[in-house]
Design a protein around this ligand. Sequence first.
Ligand SMILES: [Mn+2]
Length: 487
Amino acid sequence: MLYPQPASAAILFTRYNLLSEITIKIQICEPPPTCPANLDDGCGSEDSEEWKGEFFPGIPKIKYEGPTSKNPLAYKWYNANEEILGKSMKDWMRFSIAFWHTFRGTGSDPFGAATKVWPWEDGTNSLAMAKRRMRANFEFLEKLGVDRWCFHDRDIAPDGKTLEESNANLDEIVALAKELQGTNIRPLWGTAQLFLHPRYMHGGATSPEIGVYAYAAAQVKKAMEVGYTLSRGENYVFWGGREGYQTLLNTDMERELDHMARFFEAAVAYKKKIGFNGTFLIEPKPQEPTKHQYDWDAATAANFLRKYGLIGEFKLNIECNHATLSGHSCHHELETARINGLLGNIDANTGDPQIGWDTDQFLMDVNEATLVMLSVIRNGGLSPGGFNFDAKLRRESTDVEDLFIAHIAGMDTLARGLRNAQKLIEDGSLDELVRKRYHSFDSELGAQIEAGKADFELLEKKAMEWGEPKVPSGKQELAEMIFQSAM
Ligand SMILES: [Mn+2]
């Protein structure tokens, strides 16, 4: 969920400040290249501050054309209303666009300035610019045929000088979003951005400074209210990028974890108070930006929730790139969440096997997508969660149409994964292979063991009676052969 913004770019990339300023000035001086929908009014008329024109004039509504299509602006595998295993593809997927990457991602990195100059951006973080971006967001969603989106409070509305001013900015943008979303589009989830502002450098809920803890609580309270306004609160995500430590020498880890639990308890109480019926989700990530983050992986987050009696109040938002950073596969994290009853949402992305950080790339690997979809099917779907594209264009991908191509390819990859998973499930060979591996437990003693009724004396008696066990093959290559046959 980490992403650069113009504000952070200015702080981080002092070396390139001059270059950034020149780029921004050029953008401001030049008129927007197109303004088709209100061309007659001119882009400088009263409506133009928000630019109510068409943002993606060359892009049609994206349609399903099937696997033989060579059209980059068409779905080849995602056919929204086609039924797979008793449910439409749309209902299995519940796709969502991440506002922060798609509309706030600039392509800047620690070594270079922004590369993306979208025609509607004027280089400011003004309210008018926020409204224009929101209009672009809804046109993007409608053209893709996606009816959900995710946001942080500070992506969609600018930070004010005071908390009151920030809240007022957010209210103004949320009113516009509510008007634009109509009856079909809803946020999949919202969240509070507790990592970009310098006040959160030691964390929010785990900051040693009480003023920051209170500020973070106030920000989460407001973000929950906003999510409730827009979607009646289907889901709300907590990603603690700065909830962790850089060194234990200056950290009271036990006290910080206790504070985080108290923070979540207060969020649960407020959720109930305002009638927010949605799911709270914790998004595990091991590190980056913090050296050690408290929500390391699914198992660590599950243990935290159990220790503090919060297990029934939260589920997990599993992000594939975060899984690989914690040394696991995405499939492992999904299965760990699922068998603990905690799989609530997926942040669909992937990392690069040769790069050790969170690259947030669109998932294009069909094998990986098939494993992901096997977990989702075993989970009975993700609703009220879904698949959020927490993924960004590469820095070098700079055409507006790349935003569409990336999402189309990401959606098609997961759709292909769903189709492959259906083949594997209907074929049944893989399930049969697994069932056979545990067949010896389908016995009287197996039933006793699984019911917790086999003590060590009984097991010793059986071991002596049976002698050396005959251990069968694991059949890994056969399992891989069956898996590949469905790709
Ligand atoms: Mn994420």
